[in-house]
Design a protein around this ligand. Structure first.
Ligand code: MLT
Length: 266
């Protein structure tokens, strides 16, 4: 797995396929492996770059003040290292918030965006309290306790009952996160700004993907992003919750490939 040394921090990423560059940014508290089906499907026709964000997968935790802007700047450092000027960038949940940070900080590097299971609005007061509770939980009981707490909301009841392999895969991925990575990301998530105006100002192609049964980032949140962006394509995926890309990979891969066919050069 290639890696980049950046100010004493090691960042790991995958770089597969060739063609138009696509970056896929993972959610919380996951790693680049959450994109396993999409890496396979998209890299048949495109160059697919999937970073492990700081504190997740093989990457070192974030020193100093955690912010989504740091993750966004790390992605630019990886693109610089690879000599990639512009890319289509997709983000899952926290990855979507990071895509919006990229749009604010480096709009010239973004050719189009794919927002999966995410929303433009910031945390409510109750949401901020839940982040603080999550920080206290991981500091007390470690990443596995966070995985235990979050897993039920990742998949539909049916998938949890019938697909033990998938649920264990995600539980193990979450449990492998570092405590410092989870504390840093939860802090950055809690303090993130409203991105509605960022989305409204964007003039690039936008694809929105949401699981019909997602309770963390709902169909209503996705439709609000579509309204803000004016003209975004939206894919509402039945029989899927938050990790829609793992629960219904065929539908998500096909929505992404069609969007990429329409918006990138062959
Ligand atoms: C994620 O999947 O990245 C998180 O659930 C995002 C969030 O909690 O807002």
């Amino acid at each position: 797995m290639p890696k980049l040394e950046l100010d004493g921090v090691t960042l790991h990423y995958h770089d597969e396929g060739s063609g138009e560059p696509i970056v896929l940014v993972h959610g919380f508290p996951l790693s680049a492996d959450v994109w396993t089906p999409q890496r396979a499907a998209l890299s048949a026709r495109h160059r697919v770059i999937t970073p492990d964000l700081r504190g997740f997968g093989g990457s070192d935790p974030m020193p100093g003040s955690p912010s989504l802007d740091v993750y966004a700047d790390d992605i630019i450092a990886i693109l610089d290292e690879l000599g990639v000027g512009q890319a289509t960038v997709g983000g899952l949940s926290m990855g979507g918030y990071i895509v919006m940070a990229l749009l604010r900080r480096h709009p010239e590097r973004v050719r189009g965006i794919m927002l999966v299971s995410t929303k433009a609005t910031p945390d409510t007061e109750a949401g901020k309290q839940a982040r603080n509770d999550m920080i206290a939980l991981v500091e007390r009981d470690g990443p596995t306790a966070v995985a235990d707490k979050m897993l039920p909301q990742m998949f539909t009841e049916r998938t949890r009952a019938e697909n033990a392999e998938l649920t264990s895969f995600v539980h193990a991925m979450m449990s492998a996160s570092t405590t410092a990575g989870i504390v840093g990301a939860a802090t950055a998530l809690r303090d993130r700004p409203d991105s509605t105006a960022t989305l409204a100002a964007a003039t690039i192609p936008v694809l929105i993907v949401v699981g019909q049964d997602d309770v963390l980032t709902t169909v209503k949140d996705a439709q609000a992003m579509q309204a803000a962006s004016g003209g975004a394509q939206i894919e509402i995926v039945p029989a899927a919750a938050h990790l829609v890309n793992l629960e219904q990979p065929a539908q998500v891969d096909s929505a992404m490939l069609s969007f990429l066919d329409e918006t990138t050069n062959p």
